[in-house]
Design a protein around this ligand. Structure first.
Ligand code: ADP
Ligand code: MG
Length: 261
């Protein structure tokens, strides 16, 4: 008997359309794939294909029009995993200090408990932001802002992290460092992560599996499991792995084939 992987979340034939006076835009059609507990899944696809719509559905901000999401928690409970959603821009408020920004979610959700605040203080130390806690966001580097946004997302203790092109506002060099750095930090927490990116190299270097979506209406074109042989754990190591180029070519082929359709 073959044991199928037990998915934390299983998307089954998800469909979604936007309706306006001008008519209907079908964004997602029959999107089906699963996410294992603790897995990092990258989602790539042409611009405007429906990636952000898909993440909003998984976050519970939009309800799917068609299809279902099945939940299998490791402890057997049926509740939907607690989600942390981090958007493209860091959305830190300039009128608040770094500390006031990272506790914002706790404030809004009335969860300013000692336990949560201790956790935030620990994250500030771990992410080298301790000495910047009373600064304003504009005084931080791009990478520091992303780390602050991540702390704010982690403060509420999410089990599933959804990141929508979180590094796209950073310049290329910063992006290489910060993306590897942040993913390394998230891996240590054992959380499950889904990340949208338009950068194929980033997808290969960060994820356990890449899901490639078609152009709109998005549907899954291919799923590519990634296994890299790493020499060391530097941020660039993944990009020098012997398998890297082959994965890149495979993704490129599916995406360019998609654009020709
Ligand atoms: P992606 O993140 O892949 O770039 P989106 O999920 O943001 O794509 O959008 C998918 C499609 O749905 C696009 O054609 C977009 O114009 C349309 N769309 C997104 N949000 C809305 C909305 N609120 N109302 C109407 N159409 C929308
Ligand atoms: Mg988007």
């Amino acid at each position: 008997m073959v044991l199928l992987p037990q998915y934390l979340l299983e998307l089954k034939k998800i469909g979604y359309s936007y309706h306006s006076l001008q008519g209907e835009t079908v964004a997602l059609q029959d999107v089906s794939f699963g996410v294992e507990n603790g897995e990092f899944v990258a989602i790539v696809g042409p611009s405007g294909c429906g990636k952000s719509t898909l993440l909003s559905i998984i976050a519970g901000l939009l309800s799917p029009e068609k299809g279902t999401i099945v939940v299998n928690n490791p402890d057997g409970t049926l509740h939907y995993p607690k989600v942390g959603y981090m958007l493209q821009r860091d959305h830190l408020f300039e009128w608040r200090t770094v500390y006031q920004n990272v506790i914002l979610g706790l404030e809004i959700n009335h969860q300013m408990t000692k336990e949560r605040l201790d956790y935030v203080n620990q994250l500030l130390k771990d992410y080298d932001l301790e000495t910047f806690r009373d600064k304003r966001p504009s005084e931080l580097s791009g990478g520091m802002k992303q780390r602050a946004a991540l702390i704010r997302t982690l403060a509420l203790g999410p089990q599933l992290l959804l990141l929508d092109e979180p590094f796209s506002a950073l310049d290329y060099q910063t992006r290489l460092m910060v993306s590897a750095d942040i993913c390394h930090l998230i891996r240590q927490t054992g959380k499950t992560m889904m990340i949208i990116t338009h950068d194929l190299s980033e997808a290969i270097s960060l994820a356990d599996r890449v899901v490639i979506l078609s152009s709109r209406p998005a549907t899954v074109k291919k799923e590519l499991p990634i296994h890299l042989t790493l020499q060391d754990d530097s941020p660039l190591a993944a990009r020098y792995a012997p398998e890297f180029q082959d994965y890149f070519s495979q993704l490129w082929e599916v995406l360019t084939d998609e654009n020709r359709d």
